[in-house]
Write a new protein. Structure first.
Length: 469
């Protein structure tokens, strides 16, 4: 059994193995590492926070946690929205914030090698200097890190055409739950040697290993975008436009939805002069070069109009177009200023987008809950944002009931509980409903193989609770 001496012994062991300054035991500082940005996801207080700088130091931390049987919670920038980085009482939080090196950008092979603490936008900026582009672009790109993006298989605005993080991870270095430092994946254009352990780690939310290095695929820099904007009287009408674009055979480089609640919140915060006359704004982009880009933009415009847009136009003002997409990125932090925000990230088939948006409206009315909507609408990844007044417990209960209903409706339409934020703590019940007992057992077998002591991010994703046994 542990006693009050145990945390001190743990910290002493870590300090012996690691260089000075890596280990933090101050409770006030530790508390700031206790949770991510997920509203209402439970968290505990870490006994120790460690900020290693090398893969070998990470390995030492895992080995110490194994020796003491202590839970280890990997953490990136803490921008997650599912509770995936939340601490449990007495754990060690391992923050990768100091592992920020971009060790290689290879223009010939079109790849980059980075440490997990590299901020997404910093990698994109560095690649641009070589005429290259790293596509995954979550709305948190200015703050979130590559390690966290890999852990949750993050998406973003351009994923409708270019895919998610998993599509760009060629290889990984990580420390297993048994304390081994290993490499998986490749640097070559092709390779099928062994099981695809790289893809297995992507999206595993720190439950299978602690990532210490990532090799990512790069693309050539894109052509300039053509932007189309449409105003709609309802989210259902906007959803019909999304389905129409897909039906027309167009694959836009972005197709984003943002409703007036989000636009108003952003404008109150940033004073950008945004119009809130429309209930919903749909933003489409094509980056196809030459005449093909014009054709795709014109096709999207026609789809918007045929779906009932009250106003639709191809933008000729690049500054105005960028302002609208900036508003889309700022929507979540702007709404947070109004009160606690519970964020969904369900994904449904593209053809089901209109129906799902209509069901979200009905759920909002049924539970008397304000639900704002932003969405990567082009790939069916919807982000209903449930907003409650601060301190209103009844509103919180209603919002949580609405949250559960949204997940159930997404599954009923053939969708999934999470498109890019991860399961974490908030989506575990939904995961059980989506996967079923047999597939959950397969997931647990993988967890048992890579983390047999269950020290890595326990309780997240594939949990081992009494009702699951």
């Amino acid at each position: 059994m542990r006693d009050e001496v145990w945390p001190r012994e743990l910290a002493d062991e870590l300090n012996r193995r690691l260089p000075s300054g890596r280990v933090i035991t101050d409770p006030g500082v530790a508390r700031s590492y206790a949770h991510d940005e997920a509203e209402w996801a439970p968290c505990g207080l870490p006994a120790v926070v460690v900020r290693p700088r090398t893969a070998e130091e990470v390995q030492q931390v895992v080995q110490v946690c194994l020796r003491y049987g202590v839970p280890l919670i990997p953490r990136g920038a803490g921008t997650g929205l599912s509770g995936g980085a939340n601490a449990v009482d007495g754990c060690v939080v391992l923050s990768t914030e100091a592992m920020t090196a971009i060790t290689e950008i290879n223009a010939l092979e079109r790849l980059a090698v980075v440490e997990p603490g590299v901020v997404n936008e910093d990698l994109r900026t560095a690649c641009a200097e070589h005429g290259l582009w790293y596509p995954p672009d979550p709305a948190s790109a200015r703050w979130s890190t590559i390690g966290g993006n890999v852990a949750t298989n993050a998406g973003g605005l351009c994923c409708v055409k270019y895919g998610v993080t998993r599509d760009y991870v060629l290889g990984l270095q990580f420390v297993t739950g048994t304390g081994e430092l290993v490499r998986v994946g490749r640097r070559t254009a092709k390779g099928v040697a062994g099981y695809d352990l790289t893809s297995l780690l992507v999206g595993s939310e720190g439950t299978l290993g602690v990532i210490t290095e990532v090799t990512v695929r790069l693309r050539p820099r894109r052509a300039p975008d053509h932007t189309v904007a449409g105003h709609f009287a309802s989210v259902v009408d906007a959803g019909r436009a999304v389905a129409a674009v897909a039906g027309a055979g167009v694959t836009p480089s972005a197709l984003e939805l943002i409703d007036r609640h989000c636009l108003a919140a952003v404008d109150r915060w940033k004073h950008m002069g945004l119009s809130t006359e429309a209930e919903v704004v749909l933003l489409g982009r094509s980056d196809a070069p030459g005449p093909a880009g014009d054709l795709e933009a014109d096709t999207m415009l026609a789809c918007f109009e045929e779906a009932g847009a009250t106003y639709a136009v191809r933008s000729t003002d690049q500054h105005e177009a960028e302002a609208l997409f900036e508003a889309r990125r700022l929507a979540y932090p702007a709404l947070e200023r109004l009160g606690p925000v519970l964020t969904e990230d369900i994904c449904v088939p593209k053809g089901a987008v209109p129906e799902m948006l209509g069901r979200i409206d009905a759920i909002a009315a049924r539970h008397d809950t304000l639900i704002a909507n932003i969405a990567h609408a082009g790939d069916g990844n919807l982000h209903p944002l449930l907003i409650t007044p601060p301190g209103d417990d009844a509103a919180r209960d209603r919002a949580q009931a609405a949250f559960t209903d949204i997940i159930a409706e997404a599954l009923a339409l053939g969708g999934t509980v999470t498109g890019e934020h991860g399961v974490g703590l908030l989506k575990r019940d939904g995961l059980r409903d989506e996967l079923g007992p047999a597939v959950l057992a397969l997931n647990r077998a993988v967890k048992d193989a890579l983390d047999p002591r269950h020290i890595l991010n326990p309780g997240k994703v594939v949990s081992y609770t009494r009702e699951d046994s």
